[in-house]
Design a protein around this ligand. Structure first.
Ligand code: ZN
Length: 84
């Protein structure tokens, strides 16, 4: 990703970060989670052990980087390639 963008709402500098899925917690009580991914296509919901889950074939997956404005809190997200 290029340099951090400036906020389209107020013009302040934005900080890079990520959105965390809040559904998981480790057995030790430490915060744990899953970083969202962007998937090309339409999700299909299938009933699983824990309710309806998103199902998809092998697909293009990109990481989601979210910038947060240091002044007003506006969030702006980008899908980016993940280095492996
Ligand atoms: Zn702002």
């Amino acid at each position: 990703m290029k340099d951090a963008p400036t906020c389209i709402k107020c013009g302040a500098q934005m900080d890079a970060g990520f959105m965390k899925d809040a559904t998981l917690r480790s057995p030790t009580g430490r915060q744990a989670g899953v970083v969202p991914q962007w998937i090309r296509g339409t999700p299909e919901l299938k009933l699983g052990l824990y309710g309806k889950l998103v199902s998809y074939d092998k697909a293009e997956k990109l990481a989601v980087v979210t910038y947060c404005c240091s002044k007003c809190g506006f969030l702006e997200s980008y899908a980016v390639e993940v280095e492996s």
